[in-house]
Design a protein. Sequence first.
Length: 401
Amino acid sequence: MSVPHILIVAGEASGDMHAANLVKALHARRPEVRVSAMGGGALAAAGAELLYDSARLAVVGLIEVLSHLGEILAARRRLVNFLTTQRPDLLILVDYPDFNLLLAAAARKLGIPVFYYISPQVWAWRQGRVRKIKRLVDRMAVILPFEQEFYRKRGMEVDFVGHPLVDELAGPAASIAEAGKAAHGLAPGDERRIIGLLPGSRRREIAVMLPLFLAAARILARGRQPAPIFLLPLAPGLDREVLTAGGLDQYGDLDIRISEHDRHGMMAACHAVMAASGTVTLELALLGVPMVAAYRVSSFTYLVGRLLVDVPHATLVNLVAGREVIPELIQDRAEAALIGGEVAALLDNSQRRQTMLHDLAEVRQKLGRAGASQRAAAIALELLDSAGREEKAANHSRKPA
C-alpha cells in the first residue's frame, strides 16, 4: 500500500505557522503521511519537505505584488508541475487565495481532492469568489466565527474548527509574560513600562511601519520616568538588517530590546503594544495585551481598497468583536503622534485599559475552544481515506471479470 502524500501550500508567515501545527496534528494521527509544501521554517521544522520558500512571495498591496510577479509565477509553475507529475493524494490550501485558487483549479482537473484550511477573506472583498471556491474545493474549514455563517448563507457546507492561535497560546498569559520578562532580565517587581513594537512580518511592512513606531516610541519615552523598555520581536524569516534599514540605529537613546526567540513571551510581557494590523492583533487579544493597530500601504493600493473592500473594521480583533475595541489608525491616521497618544492612554488611563482588557477577553471566547489543528487534521484524513476508497473501487472495477 502506497504512503499517503499531501501537498500543503501556505503563502504567509502566519499561514506557515498554522500549516505547521496542522502537519504536527496529522503526524500525531498518521506518522506515515508524507507532506510536501510551499511554506517557511515552521513547516520545515514540522517535517514537511519544502518545495518553495514562501518568504520570497511575502508581499502585500497591488504595486508590491506586481514587482514580485515573476517570483509568483515561477512558484505557481513549480507547484502545478508537482501536482501533475507527483499526483499527491490531497491538496491543502492555507489562505493566500489568488495563488491558491489557481492551484485548486489545477488539482480539480487532475482529480486531486482539495481541502481549504483557513478561508480567504472573501467576506471582505470580491465575494463573487465564493462561487469559484464552491466549485473547486471539497471541504472548507474556517477559523473565525463569523465566516461560517457567511459561507452557509451562500450554500456552502463549512466547518468552524476554532482558531489555531488558541492552541498556540494555550498557557496562562501571566506565566507566558513572566517568562518573557525573565528572558530580558526584568525582575517581577520592575516598575518600568514595557511597550511592544510589532511592525509586521514582511519586509515591505517593516520598511513602512517601523519608522512610524520608532518615532512614536520616542514620543512616549519623552519625560516618562522611569524610562520605558521597548520590546521588538523579530518575525520568523527576517534578520536584523531589515530593522537597520527601517532606521533602528537612529534611536540609540531608547532602550529597545530585540529578540528572534520567545516572540509570544515578549508580547505577553508588554503593558501595551503598537502593532501592524494583521493576525498579530488576535495573538495579542489571546494574551490579553492592550494594543493600538496601525497600517499604511501605497496610495494606489489604498484607493483601490476603499473601492473594493466592504467591511466595517480594518482589524481582525474588531471584526470578531463586532465593534471597535482597539483603535485603528489606518493610512493618513497612521501617524507617530496619534499612535503614541493612543498607547499613552492605555498606559496612563486605568479605565480605558480595563475596558479594553474586558473586551479582549470577549474576543478570546469567540475564537473557540482549543483543538483547531486536530479538528482540521481529522477533516484532512477523512478526505484522504475517502480518496483512497474511491481509488480502490476504481481499480477494482477495471479488473477483468
